[in-house]
Design a protein around this ligand. Structure first.
Ligand SMILES: NC(=O)c1ccc[n+]([C@@H]2O[C@H](COP(=O)([O-])OP(=O)(O)OC[C@H]3O[C@@H](n4cnc5c(N)ncnc54)[C@H](OP(=O)(O)O)[C@@H]3O)[C@@H](O)[C@H]2O)c1
Length: 353
């Protein structure tokens, strides 16, 4: 097999890491490619689930003796602590790896230190290869670890004139089946799906990942969270169907915000405590408005259907904006056509002060 460059190996490691999205929390997604002394790929691995082997260990097992004198190319700094598995830094040293190339340092105070351990053992360590690409592949986990609460993606569906339902309240289905399947794929990458009780009362959604071709459930379902200050979620609501874990987050349990609703900061802190790193906020308009007003949304994913309603509720209610200078400005990072609909991904711009 031909030798590959470290840069090319890192591109591959980032691809491998993405396979773990949605199943590794509270751990990060990590990919690793092992090159032998001649630069040939002798091992590949990714972290698939919490408690399972780390990417480096999978790749080392494949490489066996051929790891000696080789290079480990890894998307995140190898861990330096013993959790459910042993430290990857030590495993790399013991395997005789001569060089470790890392994209992003580990911000987790518990696990960091792998680079220093490797250097102390005489291993050459290089940091920063394809760092921004690796960072965006792991953005939810890295953001959550750095600041202590989960990364929040607000997803909504609307008509081209911004309506989330018709005037009579009917809303199923605004977007196409292709867009809805796309949402299932998005759900599969997060740890929790959050809605307000208004959505449960209006639509009775299941909120499970059903993206498999035969309609069956994905193996690992995100936690379903209903933000429900007074506990109005009906006992026979589909979110209580046992197909996935569900948390009815009431004000009594989480704490109340100034307006009597569930305190959203406390909610996110509690989710972080439960190991949730990535949240998909699926509405409705009122809860989304409260999250946006509090500055708690990290990414917006809007599905826009080529339809017009001219009346009916807006996709967003009361986001704390009354005048145009207060508008929540976004930077569009992607526009993709999904079936007949458009999927627009955007990041809220940081506000001054
Ligand atoms: N197009 C879309 O993407 C989309 C997505 C979802 C829903 N929808 C539509 O949205 C409609 C429901 O809208 P909605 O605005 O009533 O639903 P919602 O945003 O899901 O729920 C709002 C409710 O959440 C509860 N809540 C608890 N704490 C809160 C807080 N801190 N901030 C805000 N809300 C809090 C409040 O009820 P309590 O005071 O009782 O706790 C509030 O009335 C339905 O017609 C549904 O079809 C559309």
């Amino acid at each position: 097999m031909a030798s590959v460059s470290v840069d090319e190996a890192m591109r591959r490691a980032i691809e491998l890491a993405a396979r773990g999205l949605g199943t590794t929390s509270p751990n990060p997604v990590v990919g690793c490619v092992l090159l032998d002394a001649d630069g040939e790929v002798v091992g590949e691995g990714f972290h698939a689930y919490a408690g399972g082997p780390h990417a480096e260990i999978v790749a080392l097992a494949q490489a066996g003796q051929r790891a000696k004198g080789g290079t480990a190319v890894v998307t995140l700094e190898p861990c330096d602590h013993t959790g459910r598995t042993g430290p990857c830094s030590t495993a790399l040293v013991q395997a005789g790896v001569a060089r470790v190339v890392i994209a992003v340092p580990d911000p987790n105070p518990v696990a960091t230190g792998g680079a220093a351990t490797l250097r102390a053992a005489g291993v050459r360590v290089d940091l920063g290869v394809r760092a921004s690409e690796a960072e965006s592949g792991n953005v939810a986990w890295l953001t959550a670890m750095r600041r202590g609460w989960p990364y929040v993606i607000w997803k909504y569906a609307a008509t081209l004139d911004g309506r989330s339902a018709a005037a009579d309240g009917t809303s199923m289905w605004i977007t196409s089946e292709a867009a809805r399947m796309d949402v299932h794929a998005l759900r599969a990458t997060v740890d929790a799906v959050v809605v307000g009780v208004g959505t449960v009362l209006a639509d009775d959604p299941r909120l499970t990942v059903r993206n498999l071709r035969d309609g069956s459930l994905a193996i690992q379902q995100p936690l379903r969270v209903v933000v429900d200050s007074a506990g109005r979620t009906p006992l026979d609501a589909q979110v209580r169907d046992g197909a996935a874990r569900t948390w009815i987050a009431t004000a009594a349990e989480v704490g109340a915000g100034p307006d009597g609703g569930v305190d959203l900061f406390a909610l996110l802190a509690a989710l972080h405590g439960r190991g949730v790193r990535a949240v998909l906020l699926e509405g409705g308009p009122r809860l989304a408005g409260a999250f946006l007003a509090a500055g708690l949304v990290d990414r917006v994913v809007g599905y826009l259907a080529p339809r017009l309603l001219g009346a009916g509720p807006a996709a967003l209610v009361d986001a704390g904006v009354t005048t145009i200078t207060d508008a929540i400005d976004l930077e569009i990072t992607d526009v993709t056509q999904v079936g007949p609909d458009l999927r627009i991904t955007a990041l809220p711009r940081k506000r001054e002060g």
